[in-house]
Design a protein around this ligand. Structure first.
Ligand SMILES: NC(=O)c1ccc[n+]([C@@H]2O[C@H](COP(=O)([O-])OP(=O)(O)OC[C@H]3O[C@@H](n4cnc5c(N)ncnc54)[C@H](OP(=O)(O)O)[C@@H]3O)[C@@H](O)[C@H]2O)c1
Length: 198
């Protein structure tokens, strides 16, 4: 049995039919230019892009008409931060992917959208390079990030979850193929941030 058939069989066993798919899984990873092994780059791409695509690919046959699919993107589609080219590529990629899949699934009235969070308090920030920094350094980074957001704080996971629920629900019944920023204004109004206010 192929891997794809395996995934479909598992999904069918666990959920006969689906109304909502949130393709959330993802990793970060440092990929500075000139110093990155191909395997490290490929791992980020594979988990974040292949993972997102094949989650939805496997779920597609089980989706009810009028279902809703949500991908998890990131402000890194826009920020231009050094050292995260692979991650940023994947987060731009899921937006393009969502648009194409929205066209695939339009005949079934299935909507496909993206949430694009800013820095959100989840365990991802305790992994990789950040796992080894001191509590004091970590608090400094936390404060710096807060000062770059017009709303002056990190996102709580609930801030993102509420946006996902909105896109999953009938409240967003005519919203399709969009990227919804959930970033406290980081990308839309950067000069409103405490760091840059006059
Ligand atoms: N936190 C942020 O600041 C932030 C900002 C923007 C976007 N995002 C995005 O939000 C999503 C969730 O991240 P998070 O912040 O909640 O980080 P997290 O706490 O590290 O969660 C990552 C999730 O992805 C799953 N995952 C990772 N690799 C996987 C693999 N190979 N196969 C299956 N599942 C895998 C993990 O499952 P296990 O626990 O089983 O390993 C975990 O559930 C990601 O797509 C991330 O890029 C996060």
């Amino acid at each position: 049995m192929t891997n794809r058939n395996n995934q479909e069989a598992n999904l069918t066993r666990d959920f006969e039919k689906l109304d909502i798919v949130f393709a959330n899984a993802g990793i970060t990873g440092r990929t500075p230019i000139g110093a990155t092994d191909e395997a490290v780059f490929e791992n980020v791409i594979h988990i974040n892009l292949n993972g997102a695509f094949f989650t939805v690919n496997s779920a597609a046959p089980l989706l009810n008409d009028n279902a809703s699919i949500i991908f998890n993107g990131s402000v890194h589609n826009y920020l231009g931060q050094a050292g995260v080219a692979a991650y940023a590529t994947t987060k731009g990629g899921v937006v393009a992917m969502a648009r194409a899949i929205a066209a695939d699934l339009a005949p079934r009235n299935i909507r496909v959208n993206v949430v694009a969070p800013g820095a959100t308090k989840t365990p991802i920030w305790k992994r990789g390079a950040r796992a080894s920094i001191s509590a004091e350094q970590s608090a400094k980074v936390d404060d710096l990030f807060s000062s770059m957001v017009p709303l002056g704080r990190w996102a709580e996971p609930e801030d993102v979850a509420k946006a996902v629920l909105f896109l999953a629900s009938e409240d967003s019944s005519y919203i399709n193929a969009v990227e919804l920023m959930v970033d406290g204004g980081l990308t839309g109004a950067p000069f409103g941030a405490p760091l840059l206010r006059g």
